[in-house]
Design a protein around this ligand. Structure first.
Ligand code: AP5
Ligand code: MG
Ligand code: ZN
Length: 216
């Protein structure tokens, strides 16, 4: 199962991705998570990505494509993978197609998680993430049992620095301009499936898995 989760910031790619990779036992490859880890470790990659992320802009394609290519070459992708937050530009999508064609491993499906703009702002500004294990919560829609503490690992929850109202608006605009055209790109390939991501987390998950299960 080789899947892309496509959708605007806050659509629930990370939330659904967490669950999907558990069910299908495939690695979760989220470029945003890779960059945040690199920033935390203070690596060169992190230093290069940080300014773009803080401004809500995309990291340049050259930095992202090489990274994903290397990640896809690792052994744990033999049974498939779930890409979350990649590709985000036409150039990235074309580079991915070329890499997968070379490996002889075409995509199974592109799941487009569709959510309206107003809901996205509320989701992002209320999001909290675990410092320990990266699990995602929402103060209203998916709160932890104990305030600011992760249910899974007891870690501290924090707010992403790009989840401020202004940066969120910028990210949504960048999505509309640079990433939304990928919907048509994958529709043309006949592998796009759009799910209504405005329903609750379990309902969205049920719809995605019932679609993927009938493909297998
Ligand atoms: P990235 O980390 O990928 O962020 P994003 O695309 O902006 O998406 P998010 O992680 O914000 O949203 P999500 O869809 O994962 O939603 P979530 O599940 O958390 O990228 C960050 C930055 O890195 C970019 O801006 C860019 O600079 C850089 N970058 C990354 N990849 C790149 C690339 N390929 N090229 C160039 N640059 C790149 O859910 C959001 C909230 O809503 C949570 O609180 C959650 O609990 C809640 N929620 C989820 N589902 C529901 C539901 N059904 N109902 C109610 N609440 C829900
Ligand atoms: Mg995410
Ligand atoms: Zn945790």
């Amino acid at each position: 199962m080789r899947i892309i989760l496509l959708g605007p910031p806050g659509a629930g790619k990370g939330t659904q991705g967490e669950r999907l990779v558990k069910k299908y036992k495939i690695p979760h490859i989220a470029t945003g998570d890779i960059f945040r880890a690199a920033i935390k470790e203070g690596t060169e990659l992190g230093l290069m990505a940080k300014d773009y992320m803080d401004q809500g802009l995309l990291v340049p394609d050259e930095l992202v494509v090489g990274l994903v290519r290397e990640r896809l070459a690792e052994e744990d992708t033999a049974q498939g993978f779930l890409l979350d937050g990649f590709p985000r530009t036409l150039a990235q999508a074309e580079a991915l197609d070329a890499a997968l064609a070379e490996m002889g491993t075409p995509l199974t499906a592109v799941i487009n998680v569709d959510v309206g703009q107003d809901a996205l702002v509320e989701r992002l500004t209320g999001r909290r993430v675990c410092r320990g294990c990266g699990s995602t919560y929402h103060i209203k829609f998916n709160p932890p049992t104990v305030r600011s503490v992760c249910d899974k690992c007891g870690g501290e929850l924090y707010q992403r620095s790009d989840d401020s109202v202004d940066t969120v608006r910028q990210r949504l605009e960048v999505y509309r301009r640079q990433t939304e055209p990928l919907i048509a790109y994958y529709q043309k390939q006949g592998i796009l499936y759009t799910v209504d991501g405005s329903r609750d987390i379990d309902q969205v998950f049920a719809e995605i898995t019932s679609y993927l299960d009938q493909l297998a």
